[in-house]
Write a protein that binds this ligand. Structure first.
Ligand code: UD1
Length: 417
């Protein structure tokens, strides 16, 4: 099932339910090992990265089982902090086990984590911040050894509001002795979801959703029953799917409250977005009107994870738009394949491209080079004349439970092969 085939030209219509958030679920699953009591994590997406995280937790000694819409995890007896190589290297989010394992066991040995091919993705801030809390690191033979004699609270001023580093600090801080203050913390909804779960477990965290978090560490945590929020990036992908085909759809359970910048962009492009309690009604125009510029930024700014899909929509809009990427380098690898489909995109430098809208795209054989760029090619395929066949869709399945099924529900002619 590595390919997706699309016959373009269908206007999306109907309703689709938005899956649970990948980037919220993964750190929450890691957090569940901070207590010996069982937790039930509901609405986890059934995607490769979640299965990988579960097998990783299982190999550490956790009991893991799927129960109806939830995953029951019990970390009553975890001991060894030596994690299997395969699970770690393929998945960036396994990095949150660094904070969770040092919090729970005082030590961990892991490979340098992998992830999507969207830039270097250093982990210096994670190491530096945990170092402030008493964790000593050594690197040998490509492995990272982390050990804390006594984890203690610290005042940590993050120079970049890193999502992963904020999550790692939180995971260690709730277990540390004393208070931790994170200044310049990431405010992304996934960080908020992690805080909410930890609070349900009994942790004391103040300032949730702001850049200043205060954690009173050392409380005994208990198990919790928690529902992972819907995935704002998947919701945004289908919103853009609707826009690129000039469609009319209902995004059931879409987290409108977390999608302000995305909805504002859609509306500025002529799309009508009506918010209801159960989701978002989207009514788009045949050809979106391009804004003069968009730029990615930390939350509440426009998310880097939706930049490629926005770019795909813009290729068929009216006018021209400057797209600026400010979070990750290598986020423009999708430009070449989009150009091959007929898009008019000029690369100005490594962080900026200029898109001029064209009337039509043509279906092609093409390849997904990373997760979000792959999803952008699916959107381009929905609009393109003729057939688009995308190879390398393993990347796409890392973030979308079943993108072909979801888009078929909206009328698209698309299959996973
Ligand atoms: C998370 C998300 C990813 C999203 C990103 C930004 C997960 C699994 N992934 O990634 O989908 O695109 O947030 O919203 O949740 N940085 C450093 N040193 C570090 C850490 C980060 O320089 O130690 C830099 C990065 O290179 C990047 C910026 O900080 O330029 C933001 O990265 P960060 O917020 O950490 O992203 P991730 O947590 O990796």
């Amino acid at each position: 099932m590595d390919s997706i085939h699309i016959r373009g030209g269908v206007t999306l219509q109907g309703k689709v339910r938005i899956q649970g958030s990948k980037n919220a679920a993964l750190p929450i699953l890691a957090a569940s090992i901070l207590t010996k009591e069982p937790s039930c994590i509901r609405n986890c997406p059934r995607i490769a990265d979640v299965y990988r995280m579960l097998s990783l937790l299982n190999s550490l000694g956790c009991e893991v089982s799927w129960e109806n819409d939830g995953i029951r995890i019990c970390a009553g007896n975890i001991c060894s902090g030596d994690m299997p190589k395969e699970a770690i290297t393929g998945m960036r989010s396994s990095l949150c086990l660094l904070g969770a394992m040092t919090g729970r066991c005082g030590e961990v040995v892991m490979e340098h984590p992998g992830g999507c091919v969207i830039g270097e993705r250093p982990i210096d801030l994670h190491l530096w911040a945990l170092g402030q809390m008493g964790v000593a690191f050594e690197e040998a033979g490509g492995r990272l050894y982390a050990r804390a004699e006594e984890l203690h609270g610290a005042y940590i001023e993050l120079p970049i509001a890193s999502v992963g580093a904020t999550e790692n600090i939180l995971l260690a801080a709730v277990m540390a002795q004393g208070d931790t203050v994170i200044c310049g913390a990431a405010r992304e909804p996934e960080v908020v979801a992690l805080c909410r779960y930890l609070q349900c477990c009994g942790a004391c965290i103040e300032g949730v959703g702001t850049g200043l978090l205060r954690i009173c560490g050392g409380r005994k945590l208990k198990g919790a029953d928690f529902r992972v929020p819907a995935d704002r990036i998947v919701a945004g992908t289908y919103l853009f799917g609707c826009m690129i085909t000039g469609g009319n759809v209902f995004l059931e359970e879409a987290p409108a409250g977390e999608m302000g910048s995305v909805l504002r962009l859609a509306e500025s492009m002529g799309t009508q977005c009506d918010l209801a309690q159960e989701g978002i009604y989207v009514q788009s125009v045949p050809r979106p009107i391009l804004p003069s510029a968009i730029r990615t930024a930390p939350y509440p700014g426009f998310p880097t994870d939706l930049q490629s899909m926005a770019l795909a929509v813009m290729t068929v809009g009216e006018g021209k738009c400057l797209v600026e990427e400010n979070i990750f380098e290598n986020r423009f690898r999708v430009v070449e394949p989009l150009r091959a489909m007929g898009a008019d995109i000029s690369v100005l430098d490594s962080r900026r491209v200029l898109v001029k809208g064209v009337e039509r795209l043509s279906g092609r054989d093409t390849e997904a080079l990373e997760l979000r760029g792959g999803a952008a090619l699916v959107l381009a395929g929905l609009r393109a004349e003729g057939e688009t066949r995308i190879q390398g869709c393993g990347y796409i399945y890392r973030g979308y439970e079943n993108i072909s099924r979801d888009l078929r529900e909206l009328g698209a002619r698309i299959i996973s092969v």
